[in-house]
Design a protein around this ligand. Structure first.
Ligand SMILES: [Zn+2]
Length: 484
């Protein structure tokens, strides 16, 4: 090969190399971290709680609700991850919070990931369907998110970070089941064409087999100051929520209990920022805490919450011992907006829905026919598209993707399997809320999470989202380390 040929190859390589470097990221420099939380428990009562069909009014909180923020900085790059004790928080509220944080800290709004835990015992943070949010509470959530993130940013200090994975299969169950003959019941549309059933009754010998897997991993991220003092313990587990919260009060469910346990076990130093425990939700759209095969004894209120939080904390702390920490890491984050079509009911579905809504005698209709009929009619009206915020983060060996839906577990497992980074997890209900995200296979199987109304995004949504996130992971993981 001649010298000129060699030179032209070198030029091509150099061009490819430099184009690969055009990412919003930072090569490894010394890490800084800060963490803080703010109380977002309502100050005015009562509130309707989000998370069930029947209205539940709360006039107190059994435990405190929080917004918990972690800010990481490496060179010019800063990112914030915020986890909020709420069933879901809509994009408009989070965008408002991001704007205020940007003003106070100079951080970029597209470098902030904000996700709800999905406790089913929190007040609404915005009007949705029949539930009206108290504007004072919407402001409390917004300002709490801002306060926690600004405090975490103010507390940035030299830090080190490490990760681990714990195996915790005992508290996750797939809730969608193939049924034996007689096990499928009429749906709210008056049809019996579902192939699987969500939360089927136990003990009637009607269960055939679960319609999907579970994700038994607890992903663990440990952040501490360079003197070894813990700053934050951040975990992710794919479990919808636990429940068993007594009527009349709000609760942060097992997410809050895990955080309390983590903070207590790690301990805080006087005169230093308090350690912050965080449990974020993974991909748990079809995963819950009901043991369908083996019946478990009935528990007292909060007993299951304490058991599951204790189990997840124990498994997490077992792995903490072996964590290796790094002070120089590659930090990168990228965000894309993806426009998806909403599902459109057929004219026949709309006509039937209008019939149901006009019926005077509700007892002649299928169970929950009227709410689903109302949602069906609404889906036939504009807007016919939604714009979703998707994010990918790289923190050294750790990859995080975010999706603004209740995400089926297969989607999280696929992202884990295909992620170029050694530890990967997805945070659901992040940067907004657009209902369940089943895969096309699950759309074909039918059931609650695919019904028009509980489900609003096009049937290919999960395929399009996964493809985008995998591309984004390649972008953030291509940030090179200058020193390992
Ligand atoms: Zn839910």
């Amino acid at each position: 090969m001649r010298v000129s040929q060699l030179l032209s190859i070198a030029v091509v390589i150099a061009v490819l190399w430099s184009s690969a470097q055009v990412v919003e990221g930072e090569v490894a420099v010394d890490l800084k971290a800060g963490a803080a939380k703010a109380d977002i428990t309502p100050e005015h009562w009562p509130h309707p709680l989000v998370g069930t069909f029947s209205e539940r009014l709360a006039d107190k909180a059994w435990d405190r609700l929080h917004a918990r923020a972690i800010v990481l900085q490496s060179g010019e790059e800063s990112i914030a991850i915020v986890v909020i004790d709420s069933c879901y928080v809509p994009r408009v509220v989070l965008d408002e919070a991001k704007g205020r944080i940007a003003k106070q800290t100079g951080m970029r709004t597209d470098h902030m990931l904000m996700a709800a835990t999905h406790t089913h015992s929190a007040p609404a943070s915005r009007d949705r369907r029949e539930i009206k949010a108290d504007p004072r509470y919407v402001e409390r959530v917004t300002s709490g998110i801002v306060a926690a993130t600004v405090a975490a940013h103010r507390q940035l200090e030299a830090a080190e970070i490490g990760w681990a994975v714990a195996y915790a299969p005992d508290e996750v169950f797939n809730r969608r089941w193939f049924m034996k003959p007689g096990g499928i019941v009429e749906n709210p549309f008056g049809e019996r064409n579902d192939i699987v059933r969500m939360n089927p009754p136990r003990g009637k010998n009607l269960l055939d087999r679960a319609a999907g897997p579970t994700d038994p991993d607890i992903s663990i991220v440990s952040i501490r100051a360079v003197d070894g003092r813990p700053i934050a313990l951040f975990a992710n587990y794919s479990l919808h929520y636990v429940g068993g919260v007594p009527a009349g009060g709000a609760s942060a469910d097992y997410f809050g209990e895990f955080a309390r346990l983590a903070e207590k076990r790690l301990g805080s130093k006087e005169g230093k920022p308090a350690v912050v425990g965080v449990l974020s939700n993974g991909t748990s759209g079809d995963i819950n805490n009901i043991s369908f095969r083996k019946s478990r004894p009935r528990k007292q209120p909060f007993e299951r919450i304490r058991e599951v939080a204790g189990y997840v904390a124990d498994k997490t702390f077992e792995q903490l011992e072996g964590v290796q920490y790094r002070r120089r890491i590659e930090l990168a984050m990228t965000q894309r907006l993806l426009t998806l079509d909403k599902r459109r009911p057929t004219p026949a579905q709309v006509a039937r829905a209008k019939q149901f809504l006009a019926a005077a005698d509700e007892s002649s209709l299928p169970r929950r026919a009227k709410p689903y009929a109302a949602w069906t009619v609404k889906l036939a009206e504009p807007p016919f598209q939604e714009e979703l915020v998707l994010q990918a983060i790289r923190i050294g060996d750790i990859g995080i993707t975010s999706i603004p839906c209740e995400v089926f577990v297969e989607i999280g497992l696929e992202l884990k399997a295909k992620s170029p980074l050694p530890l990967h997890f997805t945070m659901e209900l992040a940067n907004g809320h657009y209902g369940y995200l089943p895969t096309p296979r699950h759309h074909a199987l039918g059931g609650y999470e695919t019904w028009l109304g509980t489900n609003t995004l096009e049937e290919q949504a999960s395929v399009k989202i996964t493809q985008q996130l995998l591309e984004m992971l390649e972008v953030v993981s291509s940030v090179q380390s200058s020193s390992k």
